[in-house]
Design a protein around this ligand. Structure first.
Ligand code: IMP
Length: 493
């Protein structure tokens, strides 16, 4: 006979946090939302803010990945695109900014300005070091920028005739702060770093420094480039995809499957771990058994959630899934037991069904280290879905699930090619404006929640949070009632 669990499965909406004591030095501005996103080597890949944008066509493209990384989270590029498209997006995120750059395009003195103009038009770059041979690691002899020539008359001139030769450079500088200070002292937008012999070693751009000063909590790698993740499927042919993504220096791989408790996923994770250093996130699972299975396979973090995505029909049509509150509680216990017994901490990522900061706070308090969202991020200008006008004349963002026919993502939702049914719908979400303007509000609300709960960090929240479930009438009280809000923004954030 089937085993029937008669205890109810609970959603995040059913919980509230009780206030804890808040000392004067633990108010919201003192709260850190820094989190352990996944295991990396002997430690963890940390994020300043605990957010991942979903690996969905409508959500994560280059702009979202850049925007979210600048705000301290990380974007996960979906698997439902060609390997080339996914790799090109990684390149764009990685090239957005850096500290010491060691592989930028370099010119030779004999090149024609006409050719340089073509390079500028195709790459968007406007500043180039000029070396003897045209190779990066060679004697620096000048700098050419788009201000050094007349684009109407100078086509046939050589780079040597137009470049500036009074170059101010740093010598043998290894410290980025020192390099930035020297660049500011020289009043330049660009500082080449040379060896004692005058060979070009690296360059530093002022615009990269400005970007960092604007977003001090950005997620960056060792070379100060933004972090970016990419999804892969469990299909054996995606081993090729993994190789390409690793070559393009992806920071984390996320195995994308609606049900992660499968032999396919086990094989894929084991294969990646046996061949590469890159961290791997497994999922999705909703049971302690599924979690332990993925940890055993080698997952560096595990995504939790089934049947709860905003446009997901899995639970309705297949009757599979679990309330996210219950899934997180069950798995948090298994995760903590594992940490106690073996000293291995595996971060949990709550994926899907989050409609606002209250649910984010509850997910974190129930043990999640990070949160993946599709719908919530799809609302921002930077999401990959189109901005359109709906039938009512409102400006909205298109949002479609990965299991919808529109996404044609048969990889995630079936191991057979001719899948006849959809597991997600296609529709719209309201357009809220730019992630840069709007998301900081969410971060502030979350910090405020932690402060009220008497916690300064997410780790502390895991240990000290006291949650309580709401009765149906307490739930009514917990929302705006007996009043009509003046403007819609107050409802949606
Ligand atoms: P949302 O933030 O509630 O919109 O949920 C996003 C999450 O839903 C994704 O990160 C996926 O885990 C999941 N998801 C994406 N596409 C589908 C689908 O077609 N059916 C069910 N779940 C989906």
């Amino acid at each position: 006979m089937a085993k029937v669990l008669t205890a109810l499965s609970h959603s995040l909406k059913e919980f509230r946090l009780l206030p804890g004591y808040t000392p004067a030095d633990s108010t919201a501005p003192k709260v850190s939302l820094c989190t352990r996103f996944c295991r990396q080597g002997d430690g963890f890949l940390q994020l300043y803010t605990p957010f991942l944008s979903a690996a969905m066509q409508a959500v994560t493209g280059t702009e979202m990945a850049i925007g979210l990384a600048q705000l301290g989270g990380i974007g996960i590029l979906p698997v439902s695109q060609t390997v080339e498209e996914q790799c090109a997006k990684i390149d764009r995120v990685k090239r957005f900014k850096a500290g010491f750059q060691t592989n930028i395009l370099t010119l030779s003195p004999q090149q024609r300005i006409g050719e340089v103009m073509e390079i500028m038009a195709s790459t968007g770059y406007s500043t180039f070091p000029v070396t003897q041979s045209g190779n990066f690691h060679d004697q620096l002899i000048g700098i050419l920028t788009d201000k050094d020539f007349d684009s109407r008359r100078d086509h046939e001139c050589t780079v040597a005739e137009r470049m500036k030769t009074d170059v101010q450079a740093g010598v043998e500088l290894k410290d980025l702060k020192e390099a930035n200070e020297l660049m500011i002292q020289y009043g330049r937008g660009f500082l080449p770093i040379l060896s004692k012999e005058g060979v070009l070693q690296a360059v530093v751009f002022k615009k990269d420094l400005d970007k960092h000063l604007l977003h001090p909590n950005e997620s960056i790698d060792q070379q100060k480039r933004l972090l970016v993740g990419a999804a892969v499927s469990t299909h054996p042919e995606d081993q090729q995809r993994v190789r390409a993504l690793v070559e393009h220096e992806v920071d984390v791989l996320v195995v994308d499957a609606s049900d992660g408790h499968t032999q396919f996923q086990q094989q894929m994770i084991k294969w990646i771990k046996a061949n590469f250093q890159v961290p791997v996130v497994g999922g999705n699972v909703v049971t302690a058994e599924g979690f332990r299975f993925l940890v055993e396979a080698g997952a560096d973090a595990v995504k939790i959630g089934m049947g709860i995505g905003s446009g997901c029909t899995t639970s309705e049509i297949k009757a599979t899934g679990r309330g996210q509150g219950t899934a997180l509680m069950d798995i948090a216990q298994a995760r903590d037991e594992l940490a106690g017994k073996k000293g291995i901490y595996i971060p949990m990522i709550a994926d899907g069904g989050i409609s606002g900061p209250a649910e984010m706070a509850v997910a974190l308090a129930l043990g999640a280290d990070a949160i993946m969202m599709g719908n919530f991020f799809a609302r921002y200008t930077e999401s990959a879905g189109n901005l359109v006008r709906n039938a009512a004349g409102e400006v909205v963002k298109e949002y479609w699930m990965e299991g919808s026919m529109r996404a044609r993502n048969f990889r995630r939702y079936a191991h057979v090619k001719d899948l006849l049914f959809e597991e997600g719908i296609t529709g719209y979400v309201p357009h809220l404006g730019s992630i840069y303007d709007k998301f900081p509000v969410v971060l502030q609300i979350l910090s405020s929640t932690l402060a009220t709960a008497g916690c300064r960090t997410i780790e502390e929240l895991h240990q000290k949070a006291v949650l309580e479930m709401l009765s149906p009438s307490a739930m009514l009280d917990s929302k705006v009632h007996d009043m009509v809000p003046m403007n819609i923004d107050q409802q949606i954030l």
